[in-house]
Write a protein that binds this ligand. Structure first.
Ligand code: IPM
Ligand code: MG
Length: 360
């Protein structure tokens, strides 16, 4: 197939992990006979430096026209002055809104090799297979915000429509899994959460009667995620709670550097990014974990381009590398290899599996 894919390297370790993602896309194109047109554009702090704008109009236009977008990471101390008028993160938030990608999918499934390495007891991690569905273009991230004489405010607002459409996404995913959704909110305190709870329950009853929903308060959910994570499957929640809970859940997988995400729901193929940040402390040191971005490439292939066989091959290659103990220091400590070595290992497995397919 022919596809136009925009790559947005961004800041910190963003360019390093995006380069790994690019190589994997090139390898998949070659081995499966696709024609991917890959173009790179500036976003975040790099775009502030070059254009004075964290989402330059050229970047936005390219992303709108693309079949899918792969992003590294944005942000860093250079642009973190609390009084700054423009911030790198605004570029990412504006892009999510511009593409209309209201549903952010974040799978968390510890690799068997990671279970011993994770900071939690191994028996808690067996059977953990979570899919977070985080609402991505509403809530306090996008509400009115500002300062007045006494302080500051960030308005949290949700419409029924915004809740219904992301519920539909969660229900479709749940249908292919255990058929169960856990919806997380703070309905004992927040009015928006009471709207969420009622709207999700009603939508599921009206349109997805085969799915069961349970509701959890976010504070106790934060605890349950660590004490009994295998109890949950699809976890549906609003923007800010989803941001926080998915970083927490990354602990279950052994390293946040392993986790991918897909942001979907817009007109085109969506936006794909690792869930980790720009990690300025290790930028340029060769320690960045490329697997979260490579796993995001797999999600791009599957959800953005409908290439599930290719996606499976990429995920399998990461799995093989982890099983063989090949990965960066965040995962394998002093036995860890560099970003480029870990990427090369994935590319070698991919090429090998292509040869096997060709021979079969
Ligand atoms: C994420 C990130 C972003 C978010 C930041 C960089 C704006 O933490 O994708 O989880 O809060 O959504
Ligand atoms: Mg986050």
């Amino acid at each position: 197939m022919d596809a136009v894919i925009v790559i947005l390297p961004g800041d910190g370790i963003g360019p390093e992990v995006a380069a790994a993602g690019r190589q994997v896309l090139e390898s998949v194109a070659e081995q499966f006979g696709h024609c991917f047109t890959l173009t790179e554009h500036a976003i975040g702090g790099a775009a502030i430096d070059a254009f004075g704008d964290p989402l330059p109009s050229g970047t936005e236009a390219a992303c709108r026209a693309a079949d899918a977008v792969l992003l590294g990471a944005v942000g860093g101390p250079k642009w973190s002055d609390p009084n700054a008028k423009v911030r790198p993160e605004q570029g990412l938030l504006r892009l999510r809104a511009a593409l209309g990608v209201f549903a952010n999918l974040r799978p968390v499934k510890p690799h068997p090799q990671m279970i011993e390495a994770a900071p939690l007891k191994a028996d808690r991690l067996v059977g953990v297979d979570l899919m977070f569905v985080r609402e991505l273009t509403g809530g306090s991230y996008f509400g009115r915000k500002g300062r007045d004489d006494e302080g500051a405010f960030d308005e949290c607002r949700y419409s029924q429509h915004e809740i219904e459409r992301v519920t539909d996404v969660a229900a479709r995913i749940a249908r292919q899994r255990s058929g169960k959704i856990t919806q997380v909110d703070k309905a004992n305190v927040l009015e928006t959460s009471r709207l969420w709870r009622g709207t999700v329950a009603q939508r599921v009853a009206d349109r997805h009667a085969d799915i069961t929903v349970e509701h959890q308060l976010v504070d106790s959910m934060a605890m349950h995620l660590l004490t009994q994570p295998s109890r949950f499957d699809v976890i549906l929640t609003e923007n800010l709670f989803g941001d926080i809970l998915t970083d927490e859940a990354a602990v279950l997988a052994g390293s946040i550097g392993l986790l991918p995400s897909a942001s979907v729901g817009g007109e085109r193929g969506g936006l794909y990014e690792p869930i980790h940040g720009s990690a300025p402390d290790i930028a340029g040191s060769g320690k960045a974990n490329p697997y979260g971005t490579i796993a995001s490439v797999a999600m791009l292939l599957r959800h953005g381009l409908g290439l599930s066989e290719e996606a499976d091959a990429v995920e399998w290659a990461i799995d093989q590398c982890l099983s063989a103990g090949v990965g960066t220091p965040d995962v394998f400590g002093s036995k860890g290899v560099s970003t480029t070595q870990a990427t090369a290992a994935v590319l070698a497995v991919l090429a090998g599996s292509a040869r096997q397919r060709a021979a079969a």
